[in-house]
Write a protein that binds this ligand. Structure first.
Ligand SMILES: Cc1cc2nc3c(=O)[nH]c(=O)nc-3n(C[C@H](O)[C@H](O)[C@H](O)COP(=O)(O)OP(=O)(O)OC[C@H]3O[C@@H](n4cnc5c(N)ncnc54)[C@H](O)[C@@H]3O)c2cc1C
Ligand SMILES: NC(=O)c1ccc[n+]([C@@H]2O[C@H](COP(=O)([O-])OP(=O)(O)OC[C@H]3O[C@@H](n4cnc5c(N)ncnc54)[C@H](OP(=O)(O)O)[C@@H]3O)[C@@H](O)[C@H]2O)c1
Length: 243
């Protein structure tokens, strides 16, 4: 699936029966940089978009123009082999948190990948009354998976258990100046857009994607009392950097 030509796409692979993971985890996927190589020689981390109950794997990918891996992945024809390491990795999972009123899932760019399988898991709707999905991108055409997220928002209106709120944020298409997740948090706009409080007493929060966003948001959230779990004590904040 191509979301934005030469820039954003998704790939599907078969899934080995022995490959298990939790929503939010990632795999290492490999490619041969030259067809005559016996083994894949370039490997990168990619979050699974699909829920673990699905029989295939899907990955959502950006093309980094000078990158070693992502342009190669984009050029693979349908049916070409892609290697998936048997082990899954990562701690951005729902078991990081005790139940709370709301769960905030905050992503930039392809960071949304990690959150998509969580929305398909029944646990999340038992654990939280509201889930707020915040997706920060440059322009509206980068809002991949928007239709499926919006239809899930509608489905959750009628379902028992938690509701889903979706906040797409476009940094370079804002009418009133810069529109980054960090500034919207600082001036309390995120809470008002979601009509949902965001504090460590009532909320849990996950951050995923651009490391600068993760660091800045983490610093701001720490000032407001959010903290990552430590030494077996569950926290109110969990993060994953994509580079
Ligand atoms: C835990 C984890 C999960 C990841 N999941 C995904 C995923 O689901 N989808 C995905 O596309 N990438 C994901 N990545 C990034 C991915 O592993 C590669 O870095 C990316 O595909 C680019 O590879 P490359 O060799 O072309 O460039 P690299 O040499 O790996 O990266 C070059 C530069 O490109 C930029 N960059 C790298 N990745 C991204 C990105 N995802 N978005 C924006 N800029 C980026 C950074 O500035 C980086 O320094 C993940 C990384 C980690 C650590
Ligand atoms: N320069 C360009 O126009 C351009 C266009 C396409 C792709 N690229 C390259 O393509 C790659 C992927 O780009 P991408 O757009 O998918 O990912 P990205 O660079 O991580 O940007 C995704 C979103 O995160 C925001 N962001 C970045 N740093 C932040 C911070 N510290 N706090 C809060 N929000 C922050 C960006 O806002 P801002 O828009 O405010 O940065 C953007 O809305 C990168 O390597 C990039 O250099 C560049």
């Amino acid at each position: 699936m191509v979301w934005l030509a030469d820039r954003l796409f998704s790939v599907r692979t078969t899934r080995d029966a022995s490959f298990n993971y939790l929503p939010g985890q990632f795999a290492r996927i490999g490619l041969k940089s030259k067809p005559d190589l016996a083994e894949p020689d370039v490997w990168r981390a990619y979050s699974m978009v699909t829920h673990p109950l699905e029989t295939e794997l899907e990955f959502y990918c950006v093309v980094v123009p000078d990158g070693q891996f992502s342009p190669l992945l984009e050029q693979q024809p349908v049916g070409a082999p892609i290697w998936v390491e048997r082990q899954s990795f990562g701690f951005l999972t729902l078991d990081r948190f005790t139940p709370a009123d709301s769960l905030w899932l905050v992503a930039t760019g392809t960071g949304i990948s990690a959150f998509l399988p969580m929305l398909e898991s029944s646990d999340i709707w038992q654990q939280f009354k509201t889930v707020v999905l915040v997706h920060g991108v440059r322009t509206p055409d980068e809002l991949a998976y928007r239709d499926s997220i919006e239809s899930l928002v509608e489905q959750r209106q009628d379902a028992s258990g938690g509701k889903l709120k979706y906040l797409p944020i476009c940094s370079q298409a804002a009418l009133n100046g810069p529109n980054r997740i960090t500034s919207l948090y600082e001036n309390d706009t995120l809470e008002s857009l979601a009509n949902e409080p965001l504090n460590p007493e009532q909320s849990r929060i996950m951050l995923c994607g651009n490391p600068a966003m993760v660091t800045e948001m983490r610093n701001l959230l720490s000032l407001d009392g959010f903290a990552a779990g430590r030494r077996g004590v569950l926290g109110t904040l969990a993060v994953e950097n994509y580079w």
